[in-house]
Design a protein around this ligand. Structure first.
Ligand code: SF4
Ligand code: SF4
Length: 368
């Protein structure tokens, strides 16, 4: 769905002061209430980091998919279809409850397009019911003031929208021209934190669009991040000079967002492998629409265990399992989550997702 997810502990920039300075919030309501909600959210986030530092025996973040269907069809995306039905809210509640029992700190709804799910707000309520921080990733097309208010009432904490270009083209319709009215609605109505992700790389015709998108996001009082899309070969390759210039400028604008993770992103921008410990299957879980736990959206089916059967013992084992795909990985959200533990517990076993002897039918990991 996206190349980059925002770290949940980033300081929200959805402040009324910034938006007022930009002259964008003449109609904004309840700023004191928003500040209170933001302060409470930050406290919960600090608590989640403290609990992650105190114990490695629980996931920090899970992405869950309540619906694989999407109303768009970005040509670089392999995470959607145009036929599937929503997962029932009862089943989603069971999955979320189990993530809660495992001690998951942040549960982010992904897709497909989550706003197509008719009972999305109930899923968000169930996440908040576990005590977790509730996030979602959306293309934003279906946002309307009334829907944003429903998301407020359900207790959504974070929303990320990825915008790929200024004008829609054959690669992507996630365009500022189309979505700007939706961003204005969010600036007016949202009580949750909003991050706008822009992208450079494979198939994006005008790299400079990312700069326009980031500037607009900051102007509206949102936070902004930038990710890199790779071409279909999946190979790392350095950004071209135009893309590099935009990349540097957006990172300069959004310095606070990237201060802790520049090394990983910088290596990707340079087309270089990264040296890191992927804690997928442990600190990060990807739960697809069938309720199957995978390492991440790009390693679906591995380890391939139903969430109802996922145990703390599996979380502990995967924490210590090296993934052979790590050096060339570009999945920033898993890296950010894994960074919490970068200083501890070297991994003792190794696995090649999809390699011989690995997967749902063959047990979980190969022991080196
Ligand atoms: S909007 Fe997101 S999920 Fe839908 S096709 Fe585009 S990238 Fe994929
Ligand atoms: S290293 Fe492999 S398993 Fe870990 S996030 Fe990247 S692709 Fe997924």
């Amino acid at each position: 769905m996206t190349t980059t997810s925002q770290a949940p502990n980033q300081a929200p920039r959805h402040s009324s002061a910034k938006a007022q300075a930009a002259g964008t919030n003449s109609g904004r309501r309840g700023t004191a209430r928003r500040r209170l909600i933001a302060a409470a959210r930050r406290l919960r986030e600090v608590g989640s980091i403290a609990s992650a530092l105190a114990s490695t025996a629980h996931p920090y973040m899970a992405h869950i998919v309540p619906m694989r269907r999407c109303n768009l069809a970005c040509t670089y995306c392999n995470e959607f279809d145009d036929v599937s039905s929503p997962v029932s809210v009862e089943e989603m509640r069971r999955r979320v409850a189990h993530l809660g029992r495992l001690g998951t700190s942040v549960i982010t709804i992904s897709g497909g397009e989550p706003l197509l799910h008719p009972e999305l707000e109930e899923v968000i309520r169930s996440i908040r019911g576990t005590g977790a921080i509730a996030g979602m990733i959306t293309n934003g097309y279906l946002l309307m003031p009334e829907r944003i208010e429903r998301l407020n009432r359900a207790g959504l904490d974070h929303m990320q929208i990825s915008i790929d270009n200024v004008m829609p083209d054959e690669v992507s319709k996630k365009s500022l021209k189309v979505l700007d009215a939706k961003l204005a609605m969010l600036a007016e109505h949202a009580e949750f934190h909003v991050n706008i992700n822009s992208v450079v790389g494979g198939g994006i015709a005008n790299p400079e669009d990312a700069l326009t998108i980031s500037r607009r996001a900051l102007e509206l009082g949102f936070s902004s991040t930038i990710g890199i899309i790779h071409d279909g070969s999946g190979q790392l390759k350095p950004l071209g000079s135009r893309e590099r210039k935009v990349w540097d400028e957006v990172r300069r604008l959004t310095r606070r967002s990237y201060s802790r993770f520049n090394g990983f992103q910088e290596a990707i921008a340079n087309g270089m492998p990264n040296d890191w410990r992927c804690r997928a299957g442990s600190r990060y879980l990807y739960v697809d629409e069938n309720g199957i736990v995978s390492y991440c959206s790009q390693q679906r089916g591995y380890p391939g265990v139903p969430i109802a059967e996922y145990t703390t013992a599996m979380v502990k084992r995967e924490f210590l399992t090296e993934k052979s795909c790590a050096p060339n990985c570009t999945i920033s959200c898993v890296h950010q989550v894994s960074y919490i533990d970068h200083w501890r517990a070297p991994q003792k076993t190794t696995v090649t997702p999809g390699g011989e002897g690995h997967g749902a039918s063959s047990g979980l990991v190969q022991i080196r």
